[in-house]
Design a protein around this ligand. Structure first.
Ligand SMILES: *[C@@H]1O[C@H](CO)[C@@H](O)[C@H](O)[C@H]1NC(C)=O
Ligand SMILES: *[C@@H]1O[C@H](CO)[C@@H](O)[C@H](O)[C@H]1NC(C)=O
Ligand SMILES: *[C@@H]1O[C@H](CO)[C@@H](O)[C@H](O)[C@H]1NC(C)=O
Ligand SMILES: *[C@@H]1O[C@H](CO)[C@@H](O)[C@H](O)[C@H]1NC(C)=O
Ligand SMILES: *[C@@H]1O[C@H](CO)[C@@H](O)[C@H](O)[C@H]1NC(C)=O
Ligand SMILES: *[C@@H]1O[C@H](CO)[C@@H](O)[C@H](O)[C@H]1NC(C)=O
Ligand SMILES: *[C@@H]1O[C@H](CO)[C@@H](O)[C@H](O)[C@H]1NC(C)=O
Length: 429
Protein backbone atom coordinates (compact mmCIF):
# COMPACT_ATOMS: atom_id res chain seq x y z
CA UNK A 1 0.00 0.00 0.00
CA UNK A 2 2.74 2.39 1.00
CA UNK A 3 4.62 1.69 -2.20
CA UNK A 4 1.51 2.30 -4.22
CA UNK A 5 0.98 5.68 -2.67
CA UNK A 6 4.55 6.69 -3.25
CA UNK A 7 4.26 5.56 -6.78
CA UNK A 8 1.11 7.57 -7.32
CA UNK A 9 2.81 10.63 -6.01
CA UNK A 10 5.52 9.88 -8.53
CA UNK A 11 2.96 9.94 -11.32
CA UNK A 12 1.51 13.09 -9.92
CA UNK A 13 4.86 14.83 -9.97
CA UNK A 14 5.51 13.57 -13.48
CA UNK A 15 2.18 14.95 -14.63
CA UNK A 16 2.82 18.26 -13.00
CA UNK A 17 6.11 18.46 -14.86
CA UNK A 18 4.50 17.66 -18.19
CA UNK A 19 1.92 20.32 -17.60
CA UNK A 20 4.16 23.04 -16.33
CA UNK A 21 6.27 22.60 -19.43
CA UNK A 22 3.15 23.19 -21.48
CA UNK A 23 2.54 26.15 -19.24
CA UNK A 24 -1.19 25.79 -19.23
CA UNK A 25 -1.86 24.56 -15.77
CA UNK A 26 -1.93 27.28 -13.18
CA UNK A 27 -4.10 25.94 -10.42
CA UNK A 28 -1.64 23.81 -8.57
CA UNK A 29 -1.85 25.79 -5.37
CA UNK A 30 -5.63 26.19 -5.31
CA UNK A 31 -6.25 22.67 -4.13
CA UNK A 32 -6.56 23.65 -0.53
CA UNK A 33 -9.27 21.24 0.50
CA UNK A 34 -8.18 18.83 3.15
CA UNK A 35 -10.46 16.28 1.69
CA UNK A 36 -8.63 14.60 -1.08
CA UNK A 37 -5.34 13.75 -2.61
CA UNK A 38 -7.19 12.87 -5.79
CA UNK A 39 -8.23 16.46 -6.26
CA UNK A 40 -5.87 17.96 -8.72
CA UNK A 41 -5.93 14.89 -10.90
CA UNK A 42 -9.21 15.76 -12.50
CA UNK A 43 -8.04 19.09 -13.81
CA UNK A 44 -4.89 17.52 -15.05
CA UNK A 45 -6.85 14.75 -16.69
CA UNK A 46 -9.09 17.18 -18.48
CA UNK A 47 -6.18 19.19 -19.76
CA UNK A 48 -4.36 16.12 -20.90
CA UNK A 49 -7.41 14.70 -22.57
CA UNK A 50 -7.94 17.81 -24.57
CA UNK A 51 -4.44 17.55 -25.89
CA UNK A 52 -4.01 13.84 -26.37
CA UNK A 53 -6.00 11.09 -27.90
CA UNK A 54 -8.16 9.40 -25.36
CA UNK A 55 -7.17 5.87 -24.45
CA UNK A 56 -9.64 3.06 -24.92
CA UNK A 57 -11.34 1.49 -21.97
CA UNK A 58 -9.28 -1.61 -22.53
CA UNK A 59 -5.70 -0.72 -23.08
CA UNK A 60 -3.28 -3.13 -24.64
CA UNK A 61 0.21 -2.46 -23.40
CA UNK A 62 2.73 -1.56 -26.06
CA UNK A 63 6.45 -2.22 -26.35
CA UNK A 64 8.54 -0.53 -23.71
CA UNK A 65 5.61 0.84 -21.75
CA UNK A 66 5.26 0.90 -17.98
CA UNK A 67 2.18 1.75 -15.97
CA UNK A 68 3.71 5.12 -15.42
CA UNK A 69 4.05 5.92 -19.11
CA UNK A 70 0.53 4.61 -19.69
CA UNK A 71 -0.81 6.74 -16.87
CA UNK A 72 0.77 9.79 -18.39
CA UNK A 73 -0.36 8.96 -21.87
CA UNK A 74 -3.95 8.32 -20.82
CA UNK A 75 -4.12 11.04 -18.22
CA UNK A 76 -5.37 8.50 -15.71
CA UNK A 77 -3.46 8.40 -12.44
CA UNK A 78 -5.77 5.69 -11.10
CA UNK A 79 -4.56 3.02 -13.45
CA UNK A 80 -2.36 1.47 -10.82
CA UNK A 81 -4.96 1.51 -8.09
CA UNK A 82 -7.54 0.03 -10.39
CA UNK A 83 -5.35 -2.91 -11.25
CA UNK A 84 -4.58 -4.42 -7.89
CA UNK A 85 -3.33 -7.61 -9.53
CA UNK A 86 -0.35 -5.60 -10.68
CA UNK A 87 1.96 -5.36 -7.70
CA UNK A 88 4.98 -3.80 -9.28
CA UNK A 89 4.46 -0.72 -11.45
CA UNK A 90 6.87 -2.18 -13.96
CA UNK A 91 5.05 -5.46 -13.98
CA UNK A 92 3.47 -5.05 -17.41
CA UNK A 93 4.22 -7.00 -20.56
CA UNK A 94 3.78 -5.71 -24.09
CA UNK A 95 0.54 -6.96 -25.59
CA UNK A 96 -0.21 -9.26 -22.70
CA UNK A 97 -1.74 -7.17 -20.01
CA UNK A 98 -4.80 -5.13 -20.63
CA UNK A 99 -5.13 -2.13 -18.43
CA UNK A 100 -8.69 -1.15 -17.95
CA UNK A 101 -9.08 2.56 -17.66
CA UNK A 102 -12.15 4.03 -16.10
CA UNK A 103 -14.69 6.75 -15.91
CA UNK A 104 -12.46 9.40 -17.40
CA UNK A 105 -13.09 7.89 -20.81
CA UNK A 106 -16.86 7.86 -20.71
CA UNK A 107 -18.97 10.28 -22.67
CA UNK A 108 -21.80 10.53 -20.15
CA UNK A 109 -19.64 10.99 -17.13
CA UNK A 110 -21.37 13.27 -14.60
CA UNK A 111 -19.38 16.44 -14.01
CA UNK A 112 -20.79 17.27 -10.58
CA UNK A 113 -21.86 15.24 -7.61
CA UNK A 114 -24.54 16.19 -5.07
CA UNK A 115 -24.77 14.08 -1.95
CA UNK A 116 -27.62 13.76 0.56
CA UNK A 117 -27.94 11.57 3.60
CA UNK A 118 -25.99 10.41 6.61
CA UNK A 119 -22.63 9.38 8.03
CA UNK A 120 -21.90 6.89 5.25
CA UNK A 121 -21.64 9.91 2.95
CA UNK A 122 -20.77 12.84 5.25
CA UNK A 123 -17.30 14.28 4.69
CA UNK A 124 -17.38 17.04 7.30
CA UNK A 125 -20.86 18.52 7.79
CA UNK A 126 -21.42 17.55 11.41
CA UNK A 127 -20.85 20.28 13.94
CA UNK A 128 -17.35 19.87 15.36
CA UNK A 129 -18.49 20.47 18.84
CA UNK A 130 -20.28 17.26 19.53
CA UNK A 131 -19.35 14.75 16.88
CA UNK A 132 -16.94 11.84 17.17
CA UNK A 133 -16.10 12.39 13.52
CA UNK A 134 -14.04 15.42 14.60
CA UNK A 135 -12.24 13.60 17.41
CA UNK A 136 -9.31 11.24 17.56
CA UNK A 137 -8.83 8.55 16.36
CA UNK A 138 -11.20 9.35 13.45
CA UNK A 139 -9.29 10.28 10.30
CA UNK A 140 -6.00 8.62 11.32
CA UNK A 141 -5.56 6.93 7.95
CA UNK A 142 -6.80 9.86 5.87
CA UNK A 143 -6.21 12.75 6.07
CA UNK A 144 -4.11 11.83 9.15
CA UNK A 145 -6.17 13.72 11.70
CA UNK A 146 -9.88 14.04 12.55
CA UNK A 147 -11.62 15.89 9.71
CA UNK A 148 -15.30 15.11 9.98
CA UNK A 149 -15.52 11.66 8.40
CA UNK A 150 -17.00 8.77 10.36
CA UNK A 151 -14.12 6.43 9.56
CA UNK A 152 -10.36 6.13 9.83
CA UNK A 153 -10.22 7.59 6.32
CA UNK A 154 -12.27 7.98 3.19
CA UNK A 155 -15.98 7.20 3.08
CA UNK A 156 -18.33 6.13 0.32
CA UNK A 157 -18.72 9.63 -1.17
CA UNK A 158 -14.98 9.83 -1.75
CA UNK A 159 -15.02 6.58 -3.67
CA UNK A 160 -17.98 7.58 -5.85
CA UNK A 161 -16.21 10.86 -6.64
CA UNK A 162 -13.02 8.97 -7.43
CA UNK A 163 -14.92 6.69 -9.77
CA UNK A 164 -16.26 9.70 -11.63
CA UNK A 165 -12.81 11.29 -11.71
CA UNK A 166 -14.06 14.21 -9.61
CA UNK A 167 -12.75 15.85 -6.49
CA UNK A 168 -14.83 14.78 -3.50
CA UNK A 169 -17.52 17.49 -3.28
CA UNK A 170 -17.18 20.20 -0.65
CA UNK A 171 -19.17 19.70 2.56
CA UNK A 172 -21.99 22.27 2.55
CA UNK A 173 -21.14 23.54 6.02
CA UNK A 174 -17.49 24.09 5.12
CA UNK A 175 -18.02 25.72 1.73
CA UNK A 176 -17.34 29.24 3.01
CA UNK A 177 -14.11 28.22 4.70
CA UNK A 178 -12.60 26.75 1.59
CA UNK A 179 -10.58 29.38 -0.16
CA UNK A 180 -10.61 28.33 -3.80
CA UNK A 181 -13.38 30.27 -5.54
CA UNK A 182 -14.23 27.32 -7.74
CA UNK A 183 -14.77 25.08 -4.75
CA UNK A 184 -18.37 24.28 -5.73
CA UNK A 185 -17.42 23.13 -9.20
CA UNK A 186 -17.48 19.43 -8.33
CA UNK A 187 -20.84 19.67 -6.54
CA UNK A 188 -21.76 19.83 -2.86
CA UNK A 189 -22.07 17.27 -0.10
CA UNK A 190 -25.12 17.96 2.08
CA UNK A 191 -24.99 14.68 4.06
CA UNK A 192 -24.88 14.89 7.85
CA UNK A 193 -23.99 11.95 10.10
CA UNK A 194 -26.85 10.67 12.25
CA UNK A 195 -29.69 12.04 10.15
CA UNK A 196 -32.52 10.25 8.40
CA UNK A 197 -35.24 10.97 5.88
CA UNK A 198 -37.41 11.68 8.93
CA UNK A 199 -36.33 13.49 12.05
CA UNK A 200 -33.84 11.79 14.35
CA UNK A 201 -32.11 13.48 17.25
CA UNK A 202 -29.69 15.05 14.77
CA UNK A 203 -30.57 17.77 12.27
CA UNK A 204 -31.01 18.48 9.41
CA UNK A 205 -33.17 15.71 7.99
CA UNK A 206 -32.92 14.98 4.28
CA UNK A 207 -35.84 17.28 3.43
CA UNK A 208 -33.91 20.19 4.93
CA UNK A 209 -30.73 19.09 3.15
CA UNK A 210 -32.66 19.35 -0.12
CA UNK A 211 -33.96 22.78 0.99
CA UNK A 212 -30.31 23.89 1.15
CA UNK A 213 -29.74 22.53 -2.34
CA UNK A 214 -32.81 24.34 -3.64
CA UNK A 215 -31.60 27.59 -2.12
CA UNK A 216 -28.19 27.20 -3.76
CA UNK A 217 -29.90 26.70 -7.13
CA UNK A 218 -32.78 29.15 -6.98
CA UNK A 219 -31.50 31.91 -4.76
CA UNK A 220 -27.72 31.76 -5.16
CA UNK A 221 -27.90 30.57 -8.79
CA UNK A 222 -24.65 28.68 -8.45
CA UNK A 223 -25.63 26.03 -11.01
CA UNK A 224 -27.48 26.43 -14.29
CA UNK A 225 -29.78 23.88 -15.90
CA UNK A 226 -27.09 22.20 -17.96
CA UNK A 227 -24.83 21.89 -14.92
CA UNK A 228 -27.64 20.04 -13.15
CA UNK A 229 -28.53 17.88 -16.13
CA UNK A 230 -24.94 16.66 -16.20
CA UNK A 231 -24.80 15.95 -12.49
CA UNK A 232 -25.26 12.88 -10.40
CA UNK A 233 -27.08 12.94 -7.07
CA UNK A 234 -26.44 10.21 -4.52
CA UNK A 235 -28.83 9.57 -1.68
CA UNK A 236 -27.52 7.63 1.32
CA UNK A 237 -30.10 6.08 3.64
CA UNK A 238 -28.15 3.83 5.97
CA UNK A 239 -30.77 3.21 8.65
CA UNK A 240 -30.77 6.08 11.16
CA UNK A 241 -34.55 6.31 10.78
CA UNK A 242 -34.79 2.73 12.01
CA UNK A 243 -32.34 3.18 14.87
CA UNK A 244 -34.30 6.19 16.00
CA UNK A 245 -37.62 4.40 15.60
CA UNK A 246 -36.44 1.42 17.65
CA UNK A 247 -34.96 3.68 20.32
CA UNK A 248 -38.26 5.53 20.69
CA UNK A 249 -40.58 2.51 20.37
CA UNK A 250 -38.93 0.18 22.85
CA UNK A 251 -42.19 -1.53 23.74
CA UNK A 252 -43.14 -2.50 20.18
CA UNK A 253 -42.47 -5.95 18.87
CA UNK A 254 -39.96 -5.99 16.05
CA UNK A 255 -42.73 -6.57 13.48
CA UNK A 256 -44.22 -3.23 14.54
CA UNK A 257 -41.58 -1.68 12.33
CA UNK A 258 -43.09 -3.02 9.09
CA UNK A 259 -45.49 -0.12 8.41
CA UNK A 260 -42.62 2.26 9.18
CA UNK A 261 -40.43 0.65 6.49
CA UNK A 262 -43.08 1.61 3.95
CA UNK A 263 -42.99 5.20 5.19
CA UNK A 264 -39.20 5.41 5.02
CA UNK A 265 -39.13 4.10 1.44
CA UNK A 266 -41.98 6.43 0.47
CA UNK A 267 -40.16 9.44 1.93
CA UNK A 268 -36.92 8.39 0.21
CA UNK A 269 -38.78 8.28 -3.11
CA UNK A 270 -40.41 11.65 -2.40
CA UNK A 271 -36.94 13.13 -1.81
CA UNK A 272 -35.56 11.62 -5.01
CA UNK A 273 -38.47 13.02 -7.02
CA UNK A 274 -37.82 16.45 -5.55
CA UNK A 275 -34.11 16.36 -6.43
CA UNK A 276 -35.12 15.31 -9.93
CA UNK A 277 -37.55 18.22 -10.23
CA UNK A 278 -34.73 20.57 -9.27
CA UNK A 279 -32.98 19.48 -12.45
CA UNK A 280 -30.69 16.53 -11.63
CA UNK A 281 -31.49 13.82 -14.14
CA UNK A 282 -29.42 10.99 -12.75
CA UNK A 283 -30.02 9.98 -9.15
CA UNK A 284 -28.63 6.95 -7.36
CA UNK A 285 -29.73 5.62 -4.00
CA UNK A 286 -27.97 3.10 -1.81
CA UNK A 287 -29.67 -0.05 -0.61
CA UNK A 288 -29.51 -0.65 3.11
CA UNK A 289 -26.39 -2.53 4.09
CA UNK A 290 -26.88 -5.72 6.15
CA UNK A 291 -27.54 -3.89 9.41
CA UNK A 292 -27.68 -7.21 11.23
CA UNK A 293 -23.94 -7.56 10.57
CA UNK A 294 -22.95 -4.17 12.01
CA UNK A 295 -20.77 -4.44 15.14
CA UNK A 296 -23.47 -2.53 17.03
CA UNK A 297 -25.68 -5.61 16.60
CA UNK A 298 -23.08 -8.38 16.52
CA UNK A 299 -21.49 -7.22 19.76
CA UNK A 300 -24.29 -9.29 21.36
CA UNK A 301 -22.53 -12.37 20.00
CA UNK A 302 -18.97 -11.10 20.58
CA UNK A 303 -18.86 -10.17 16.89
CA UNK A 304 -19.38 -13.75 15.79
CA UNK A 305 -22.72 -13.84 13.97
CA UNK A 306 -24.92 -11.53 11.97
CA UNK A 307 -28.50 -11.12 13.22
CA UNK A 308 -30.70 -12.72 10.56
CA UNK A 309 -33.93 -11.29 11.94
CA UNK A 310 -32.67 -7.81 11.38
CA UNK A 311 -31.30 -8.67 7.95
CA UNK A 312 -34.74 -9.95 6.91
CA UNK A 313 -36.19 -6.53 7.74
CA UNK A 314 -33.38 -4.98 5.73
CA UNK A 315 -34.36 -7.26 2.83
CA UNK A 316 -37.92 -5.95 3.03
CA UNK A 317 -36.72 -2.36 2.90
CA UNK A 318 -34.48 -3.14 -0.06
CA UNK A 319 -37.19 -5.02 -1.96
CA UNK A 320 -39.63 -2.14 -1.51
CA UNK A 321 -36.97 0.36 -2.51
CA UNK A 322 -36.09 -1.61 -5.64
CA UNK A 323 -39.77 -1.80 -6.59
CA UNK A 324 -40.27 1.92 -6.01
CA UNK A 325 -37.24 2.92 -8.06
CA UNK A 326 -38.36 0.66 -10.91
CA UNK A 327 -41.70 2.48 -10.86
CA UNK A 328 -40.00 5.87 -10.97
CA UNK A 329 -38.06 4.77 -14.03
CA UNK A 330 -41.26 3.63 -15.74
CA UNK A 331 -42.93 6.94 -15.01
CA UNK A 332 -40.01 9.11 -16.04
CA UNK A 333 -41.08 11.00 -19.15
CA UNK A 334 -37.66 12.15 -20.12
CA UNK A 335 -35.46 9.50 -21.69
CA UNK A 336 -32.43 11.09 -20.07
CA UNK A 337 -33.72 10.52 -16.56
CA UNK A 338 -32.33 7.63 -14.60
CA UNK A 339 -32.98 6.38 -11.12
CA UNK A 340 -30.42 3.87 -9.97
CA UNK A 341 -29.77 1.60 -7.03
CA UNK A 342 -26.37 0.72 -5.65
CA UNK A 343 -26.46 -2.70 -4.04
CA UNK A 344 -24.75 -2.03 -0.74
CA UNK A 345 -26.34 -5.18 0.65
CA UNK A 346 -24.55 -7.69 -1.55
CA UNK A 347 -21.37 -5.63 -1.76
CA UNK A 348 -21.10 -5.38 2.04
CA UNK A 349 -21.77 -9.08 2.45
CA UNK A 350 -19.30 -9.99 -0.19
CA UNK A 351 -16.62 -7.64 1.13
CA UNK A 352 -17.13 -9.07 4.62
CA UNK A 353 -16.94 -12.62 3.33
CA UNK A 354 -13.94 -12.14 1.16
CA UNK A 355 -12.03 -9.77 3.29
CA UNK A 356 -8.42 -10.63 3.95
CA UNK A 357 -9.03 -11.29 7.61
CA UNK A 358 -11.82 -13.74 6.88
CA UNK A 359 -11.37 -17.27 8.03
CA UNK A 360 -14.21 -19.75 8.28
CA UNK A 361 -13.39 -20.91 11.77
CA UNK A 362 -12.52 -17.55 13.12
CA UNK A 363 -14.47 -14.86 11.36
CA UNK A 364 -12.68 -11.76 12.44
CA UNK A 365 -14.28 -9.69 9.70
CA UNK A 366 -17.10 -8.60 12.00
CA UNK A 367 -14.77 -7.22 14.69
CA UNK A 368 -14.44 -3.43 14.49
CA UNK A 369 -10.99 -1.85 14.55
CA UNK A 370 -11.79 0.79 17.15
CA UNK A 371 -13.73 -0.19 20.29
CA UNK A 372 -14.40 1.14 23.77
CA UNK A 373 -12.37 -0.55 26.50
CA UNK A 374 -15.64 -1.67 28.08
CA UNK A 375 -19.36 -1.53 27.36
CA UNK A 376 -19.79 2.02 28.67
CA UNK A 377 -17.34 3.39 26.12
CA UNK A 378 -17.13 3.64 22.35
CA UNK A 379 -14.46 4.50 19.80
CA UNK A 380 -13.31 8.03 20.57
CA UNK A 381 -14.46 8.10 24.22
CA UNK A 382 -12.25 10.12 26.54
CA UNK A 383 -12.75 10.55 30.28
CA UNK A 384 -10.67 12.89 32.41
CA UNK A 385 -8.23 13.16 29.54
CA UNK A 386 -7.78 9.39 29.47
CA UNK A 387 -8.55 7.44 26.28
CA UNK A 388 -11.24 4.86 26.85
CA UNK A 389 -10.89 3.09 23.52
CA UNK A 390 -8.48 0.89 21.65
CA UNK A 391 -7.50 0.99 17.99
CA UNK A 392 -6.41 -2.15 16.16
CA UNK A 393 -2.86 -2.40 14.91
CA UNK A 394 -3.70 -2.10 11.23
CA UNK A 395 -7.00 -0.42 10.23
CA UNK A 396 -6.25 -1.47 6.64
CA UNK A 397 -6.95 -5.05 7.63
CA UNK A 398 -10.31 -4.38 9.29
CA UNK A 399 -13.62 -4.01 7.50
CA UNK A 400 -15.39 -2.15 10.28
CA UNK A 401 -14.01 0.91 11.97
CA UNK A 402 -16.49 1.47 14.81
CA UNK A 403 -19.90 0.11 15.74
CA UNK A 404 -21.60 1.50 12.62
CA UNK A 405 -19.03 2.39 10.01
CA UNK A 406 -16.61 0.66 7.66
CA UNK A 407 -12.94 1.58 7.59
CA UNK A 408 -11.51 3.19 4.47
CA UNK A 409 -10.29 -0.29 3.50
CA UNK A 410 -13.83 -1.59 4.08
CA UNK A 411 -15.31 1.08 1.82
CA UNK A 412 -12.67 0.35 -0.76
CA UNK A 413 -13.65 -3.33 -0.74
CA UNK A 414 -17.34 -2.39 -1.10
CA UNK A 415 -16.43 -0.04 -3.94
CA UNK A 416 -14.44 -2.70 -5.77
CA UNK A 417 -17.33 -5.11 -5.42
CA UNK A 418 -19.87 -2.57 -6.71
CA UNK A 419 -17.56 -2.00 -9.62
CA UNK A 420 -17.27 -5.67 -10.47
CA UNK A 421 -21.05 -6.14 -10.08
CA UNK A 422 -21.54 -3.42 -12.70
CA UNK A 423 -23.45 -1.12 -10.34
CA UNK A 424 -21.04 1.76 -10.74
CA UNK A 425 -20.97 1.50 -14.48
CA UNK A 426 -24.64 2.55 -14.57
CA UNK A 427 -23.57 5.93 -13.23
CA UNK A 428 -21.85 6.61 -16.53
CA UNK A 429 -24.42 5.41 -19.03
C1 LIG B 1 -4.97 30.88 -14.89
O1 LIG B 1 -4.67 31.50 -16.08
C2 LIG B 1 -5.75 32.17 -16.68
C3 LIG B 1 -5.32 32.69 -18.03
O2 LIG B 1 -3.92 32.81 -18.10
C4 LIG B 1 -6.22 33.28 -15.74
O3 LIG B 1 -7.33 33.95 -16.30
C5 LIG B 1 -6.62 32.68 -14.43
O4 LIG B 1 -7.00 33.67 -13.49
C6 LIG B 1 -5.47 31.85 -13.86
N1 LIG B 1 -5.95 31.12 -12.69
C7 LIG B 1 -5.28 31.07 -11.57
C8 LIG B 1 -5.87 30.28 -10.47
O5 LIG B 1 -4.18 31.63 -11.43
C1 LIG C 1 -20.98 23.29 21.73
O1 LIG C 1 -21.50 22.38 22.68
C2 LIG C 1 -21.85 22.98 23.90
C3 LIG C 1 -22.27 21.90 24.88
O2 LIG C 1 -22.71 20.75 24.22
C4 LIG C 1 -22.96 24.00 23.65
O3 LIG C 1 -23.30 24.64 24.86
C5 LIG C 1 -22.49 25.04 22.65
O4 LIG C 1 -23.53 25.92 22.32
C6 LIG C 1 -22.02 24.35 21.38
N1 LIG C 1 -21.46 25.33 20.47
C7 LIG C 1 -21.78 25.36 19.19
C8 LIG C 1 -21.08 26.37 18.37
O5 LIG C 1 -22.61 24.62 18.70
C1 LIG D 1 -37.55 17.80 8.37
O1 LIG D 1 -37.18 18.84 9.24
C2 LIG D 1 -37.98 20.01 9.10
C3 LIG D 1 -37.36 21.11 9.94
O2 LIG D 1 -37.05 20.64 11.21
C4 LIG D 1 -39.41 19.68 9.50
O3 LIG D 1 -40.22 20.82 9.36
C5 LIG D 1 -39.92 18.59 8.57
O4 LIG D 1 -41.21 18.17 8.95
C6 LIG D 1 -39.00 17.38 8.58
N1 LIG D 1 -39.38 16.50 7.48
C7 LIG D 1 -39.61 15.21 7.65
C8 LIG D 1 -40.00 14.45 6.43
O5 LIG D 1 -39.48 14.64 8.71
C1 LIG E 1 -23.67 26.75 -17.31
O1 LIG E 1 -22.58 27.04 -16.45
C2 LIG E 1 -21.36 26.45 -16.88
C3 LIG E 1 -20.34 26.71 -15.80
O2 LIG E 1 -20.75 26.13 -14.59
C4 LIG E 1 -20.97 27.01 -18.20
O3 LIG E 1 -19.78 26.39 -18.66
C5 LIG E 1 -22.07 26.76 -19.22
O4 LIG E 1 -21.77 27.39 -20.43
C6 LIG E 1 -23.40 27.28 -18.69
N1 LIG E 1 -24.44 26.86 -19.62
C7 LIG E 1 -25.43 27.65 -20.00
C8 LIG E 1 -26.43 27.07 -20.94
O5 LIG E 1 -25.52 28.80 -19.60
C1 LIG F 1 -43.27 0.63 27.90
O1 LIG F 1 -44.04 -0.18 28.76
C2 LIG F 1 -43.83 0.07 30.15
C3 LIG F 1 -44.62 -0.93 30.97
O2 LIG F 1 -45.77 -1.30 30.31
C4 LIG F 1 -44.25 1.52 30.45
O3 LIG F 1 -44.02 1.82 31.81
C5 LIG F 1 -43.41 2.45 29.56
O4 LIG F 1 -43.84 3.80 29.74
C6 LIG F 1 -43.56 2.09 28.10
N1 LIG F 1 -42.62 2.88 27.33
C7 LIG F 1 -42.98 3.53 26.23
C8 LIG F 1 -41.90 4.31 25.53
O5 LIG F 1 -44.12 3.55 25.78
C1 LIG G 1 -46.12 8.13 -0.70
O1 LIG G 1 -47.33 7.85 -0.03
C2 LIG G 1 -48.37 8.75 -0.35
C3 LIG G 1 -49.55 8.44 0.55
O2 LIG G 1 -49.85 7.09 0.53
C4 LIG G 1 -48.71 8.59 -1.82
O3 LIG G 1 -49.73 9.49 -2.18
C5 LIG G 1 -47.47 8.89 -2.65
O4 LIG G 1 -47.71 8.66 -4.00
C6 LIG G 1 -46.31 8.04 -2.20
N1 LIG G 1 -45.12 8.52 -2.87
C7 LIG G 1 -44.33 7.73 -3.57
C8 LIG G 1 -43.17 8.39 -4.22
O5 LIG G 1 -44.50 6.53 -3.66
C1 LIG H 1 -31.70 -10.10 16.62
O1 LIG H 1 -32.19 -8.82 16.88
C2 LIG H 1 -33.48 -8.81 17.44
C3 LIG H 1 -33.94 -7.36 17.52
O2 LIG H 1 -33.02 -6.56 18.19
C4 LIG H 1 -33.45 -9.47 18.79
O3 LIG H 1 -34.75 -9.49 19.34
C5 LIG H 1 -32.94 -10.90 18.62
O4 LIG H 1 -32.79 -11.50 19.87
C6 LIG H 1 -31.61 -10.90 17.89
N1 LIG H 1 -31.26 -12.25 17.55
C7 LIG H 1 -30.11 -12.78 17.87
C8 LIG H 1 -29.89 -14.18 17.42
O5 LIG H 1 -29.27 -12.14 18.49
Amino acid sequence: MGEKICWNIGVFVALMLVLSMNNNYNESSSTSSSSDEFISYNNINNKLMMEKKVCDEIYVVGEGETLQTISEKCGDPFIVEENPHIHDPDDVFPGQIEVKAEASFQKHKPTKLFIFGDSYADTGNTIKNNSFSWKEPYGITFPGKPAGRFSDGRVFTDFIAKYLGLKSPVPYNLRKMMMANNNLEYGINFAVGGTGVFDTDIKPNMTTQIDFFEEIIIKDKVYNASDLTNSLAYVSVAGNDYNYYLATHTNDSISGILPFIRLVVNQTATNIIRIHKLGVKKIAVGMLQPIGCLPLITSQSSFQNCNDTINILVDIHNALLTQTIAKLNQEAQNGNSKFLILNLYDSFNSALGHHKTYNKNNNKALIPCCVGISKEYVCGSVENNVKKYEVCENPKKAFFWDLFHPTQAGWHAVYKKLQSMGDLHQLLS
